[in-house]
Design a protein around this ligand. Structure first.
Ligand SMILES: CC(C)(COP(=O)(O)OP(=O)(O)OC[C@H]1O[C@@H](n2cnc3c(N)ncnc32)[C@H](O)[C@@H]1OP(=O)(O)O)[C@@H](O)C(=O)NCCC(=O)NCCS
Length: 188
């Protein structure tokens, strides 16, 4: 089935929140991920309303026959926000100085189980990262070898810290650096 990628405005994200929670639960509730339905509900009722107000908020979805099959989103992260401050405390001061504050923060990426392994995760990330004004981008992901960290590496993300101390790896992308030649780089 053909997949269409679109950028949603904040109000469209909030309208679609229950459907997005179902996508979240399919992806993060799968074996090996183990998130509970209550976490997916909090994603819709707490996380999305909070994050959709942030500067630089960008949310992309994939749809097939009008059903949302995946999403990726982020915003411009700043010191004083929970994630930025938590990461800043866990990394060397020089790294924090160089990377944290004004960066684009990729918060979540999810594809429903039935639509995985067709290139949708990569397409969502490329759509999310294209045209951003930020000079740097950051994300945290799993420390072990699984689809998400493999996908980020494939798209040109650089491992900055292998384990922040709570089972998350920190990856960064310097958008000022021109992409290497050939396929497999975000924005290429
Ligand atoms: C991470 C995630 C979003 C990836 O979504 P996806 O749509 O499966 O991503 P892609 O299809 O682009 O790539 C996944 C794999 O499918 C492979 N693939 C892509 N197109 C393919 C095709 N046509 N045929 C066969 N394999 C294909 C990719 O090479 C990749 O393989 P790898 O994992 O061995 O490196 C998805 O696995 C997911 O939702 N996981 C749970 C939530 C999660 O981890 N989110 C990220 C948190 S940081």
């Amino acid at each position: 089935m053909r997949q269409v990628i679109a950028v949603l405005a904040p109000e469209q994200v909030l309208q679609a929140a229950p459907e997005l929670a179902a996508v979240y639960l399919s992806a993060f509730g799968a074996p090996g991920y183990g998130e509970e339905p209550a976490r997916a509900e909090a994603f819709a009722t707490d996380q999305l309303p909070l994050h959709s107000q942030r500067d630089g908020f960008k949310f992309v979805v994939s749809r097939s026959a009008d059903l949302i099959t995946g999403f990726a989103y982020g915003y411009t992260g700043q010191r004083g926000q929970w994630w930025s401050d938590r990461v800043a405390e866990a990394v060397p001061a020089e790294l924090a100085e160089e990377w944290i504050g004004g960066h684009f923060e990729v918060v979540d990426l999810a594809v429903v189980v039935e639509a995985q392994r067709q290139g949708l995760g990569a397409d969502l990330m490329k759509a999310l990262m294209t045209g951003l004004p930020n000079r740097k981008a950051l994300l945290t992901t799993y420390v072990d070898d699984r689809p998400a960290p493999r996908l980020y590496r494939r798209l040109g993300w650089r491992l900055l810290v292998a384990d922040l101390g709570w089972g998350s790896a920190l990856f960064g992308m310097d958008m000022a650096v021109p992409p290497p030649p050939g396929p497999g780089r975000v924005g290429a």
